[in-house]
Design a protein around this ligand. Structure first.
Ligand SMILES: Cc1cc2nc3c(=O)[nH]c(=O)nc-3n(C[C@H](O)[C@H](O)[C@H](O)COP(=O)(O)OP(=O)(O)OC[C@H]3O[C@@H](n4cnc5c(N)ncnc54)[C@H](O)[C@@H]3O)c2cc1C
Length: 311
């Protein structure tokens, strides 16, 4: 017989979805355990200004907000371990979660592992992340009023971000490495016809340029012949996709082709008692407030499921 204690619920991931699920399950007396993961606090730890999370009229720094969310959930009894989940086993109840080789058991799981933006990996990129280069126009567009910016990508998100950014920027140049777009025709046409948008095809970023103020431009390369040219810009938005963090689930929870978890019944996944919230299920909104909202939904669904099926 195993002497591993059985938790009601284990929450995997500590972004806005995870902490909100932690707050709600803790207040429901479920004594939740959270594995916060390799990036405790989630994606917002990478950003200095959040201006669109309700409740902060002056805005707030990402790390500060995430610390407050954690403190609030811990006040009601959420136990957090800053460790990564390696794998899970949902073949029988209670479910198993392995962390640093150690097995933990719970009747229910809430998966809040988010989605990573895909970066280009061009020279100088790491230094300029958050200092001019962003992956979220909704989040950071307003910081680039009357500035010249570039958007990289050829899908619907790139077109949408380019069009959205014209509200702030004086000029938006859309850079795409081919002359064929994955984006729908209507989205491409909207961008093409916009007076503030210029589309440059057969271009890719070879190197980011900077000065003491931050990003100052990029060296673009033509992938066909390697010819280069310089473009100046003070902001850049990389819109080439996101990668949900679901590989550790090893196919036990149903996902779409890109790896996003597919909700089956409200926030419950294809496995009864396993719930998912935040960017790991969200191909559309990807905001802190929507992730937090889903974390709340998953916690309430989890509480009801435990009540009906376990306790
Ligand atoms: C630079 C930047 C700026 C942004 N600015 C804003 C903004 O101003 N406003 C806004 O609303 N949104 C903003 N966003 C988007 C916002 O950060 C996300 O929508 C939100 O963080 C998603 O929350 P989440 O809880 O789903 O996941 P995340 O915040 O991505 O958190 C995922 C969590 O899962 C954990 N994890 C992953 N794998 C494992 C594992 N195997 N075991 C345990 N834990 C694991 C990670 O450690 C992390 O804690 C920004 C994003 C970025 C990148």
């Amino acid at each position: 017989m195993s002497d591993v204690s059985i938790h009601n619920v284990i929450i995997i991931g500590s972004g806005p979805a995870g902490y909100t699920a932690g707050l709600y399950t803790a207040r429901a007396m479920l004594e939740p355990l959270m594995f916060a993961g390799y990036m405790s606090g989630g994606q917002l730890m990478l950003t200095s200004d959040i201006e669109n999370f309700p409740g902060y009229p002056e805005g707030i720094g990402g790390p500060e907000m995430m610390m407050q969310l954690r403190e609030q959930a811990e006040r009601f009894g959420l136990k957090v371990q800053d460790k990564n989940v390696e794998r899970i086993d949902t073949s029988s109840q209670p479910y198993s979660v392995w962390v640093e080789g150690e097995e933990h058991k719970a009747h229910a799981l809430i998966i809040c592992t988010g989605a990573e933006a895909i970066w280009l990996g061009a020279e100088g990129e790491d230094e300029q992340k958050g200092r001019g280069i962003s992956t979220c126009a909704t989040c950071d567009g307003a910081f680039f009023r009357d500035e010249e910016i570039i958007v990289i990508g050829g899908g619907d998100s790139a077109m949408e971000e380019a069009t959205f950014l014209t509200r702030f920027a004086s000029k938006v140049t859309l850079i795409h490495r081919r002359d064929v777009f994955r984006a729908s025709k209507v989205m491409v046409e909207r961008a093409e016809n916009h007076p503030k948008i210029e589309i440059r095809t057969f271009r890719q970023v070879k190197k980011w340029l900077s000065n003491e103020k931050g990003l100052s431009g990029a060296i673009l390369e033509d992938p066909r012949d390697g010819n280069t040219e310089e473009i100046s810009c003070t902001g850049a938005f990389i819109a080439i996709g996101h990668k949900p963090i679901t590989s550790f689930l090893d196919g036990q929870i149903e996902t779409d082709d890109s790896g996003y978890i597919i909700p089956k019944e409200h926030t419950m996944t294809s496995v009864a008692g396993v719930f998912a919230a935040g960017d790991v299920v969200d191909t559309r909104y990807r905001q802190a407030i929507t992730a937090a909202g889903m974390g709340c939904q998953a916690a309430i669904d989890c509480e009801r499921w435990l009540e009906e099926n376990i306790h």
